[in-house]
Design a protein around this ligand. Sequence first.
Ligand code: COA
Length: 208
Amino acid sequence: MRNGIQGTDNVVIDNKVALDNVVFDIRGNGNMIHLSENVILNDTSIRIYGNGNKIYLKENMAVESNIMILMEGNENYLEIGKKTTLLAVNFVLADGSRIILGDDCMCSYDVHFRTSDQHSIIDGGGGGRINWEKDIIIKDHVWFCANTRIQKGVTIAHETVVGLGAIVTKPILEPNVVVAGNPAKIVKKNINWLRERIQKMGEVIHTV
Ligand SMILES: CC(C)(COP(=O)(O)OP(=O)(O)OC[C@H]1O[C@@H](n2cnc3c(N)ncnc32)[C@H](O)[C@@H]1OP(=O)(O)O)[C@@H](O)C(=O)NCCC(=O)NCCS
């Protein structure tokens, strides 16, 4: 489903993707949405209010259901890596910021990425705004458990698990760790994770 695209030079590049209940609300000029081969989008809302914004969804990336992308202002960039899967995830970007989510990441439900606070905090000494937007960079194979929040300026190294309910406010630069809590801290080191669930008797269950 496509609707609500207003302005000039707004482009949706669609390489044989599967779209089900996808709503576009684009108001501005020169925005681009690039949907690569075998992307699957279910129950997706893409709202862009500004110019020169770009969304690049790489091959085999899948939205199981219910994601919302909101871009306000100009020149924002969202990239979601190959084979990354999303379930009820929000992305909010404003004023030329970026979210880059690596390959084969897994986001559970109620996960929020936010580069911008969307409103201003002003320095009481007359120094102007202090809460500027900052990029979010997530490396490959990071698992976001349910109810996690990723704040502006966060980088997360590859092979990380972000535990249920975590609020990540600072970069996690060490790979192969579990982080948890508010604000999130490293609680385990030297780990890897799999999408498959290994049972105690050794059987491997392929989860969705
Ligand atoms: C992150 C997680 C996967 C780690 O599991 P684990 O490796 O078995 O972790 P443990 O239970 O051994 O906990 C390790 C430590 O972290 C703490 N911890 C674990 N998860 C935490 C959380 N979500 N918030 C705060 N602290 C947490 C534990 O209290 C423990 O602290 P301690 O070392 O002081 O005792 C798990 O805790 C979790 O959050 N699961 C939710 C999975 C989910 O959302 N699934 C939905 C489908 S994707």
